[in-house]
Design a protein around this ligand. Sequence first.
Ligand SMILES: [Zn+2]
Length: 89
Amino acid sequence: MSAEVETAFECTNEPPHRFAIVERMRNREGVLLTLRRLDAPYPKREMFITGRELKMGYDNVYKACFVCVDQGRKETAIVLAKADIQAGL
Ligand SMILES: [Zn+2]
């Protein structure tokens, strides 16, 4: 029996929106993630992380927060740990 451990990610908004990765798919160009919002019901959203972003020398990748963008805010980002983006791939 394997327990699915869901890592929560937050955006930089105050209060932060919270997300979990529910699906990962690697292709030639990078990794396609499906994100589920945890702090409120919201449609799932796909997010593409390019191979170039994964090769940069940082532990995290910063992507625009789609909930914030939907609300008209553009300065925030979801902080995604590379280790989790590629977990199990
Ligand atoms: Zn946000």
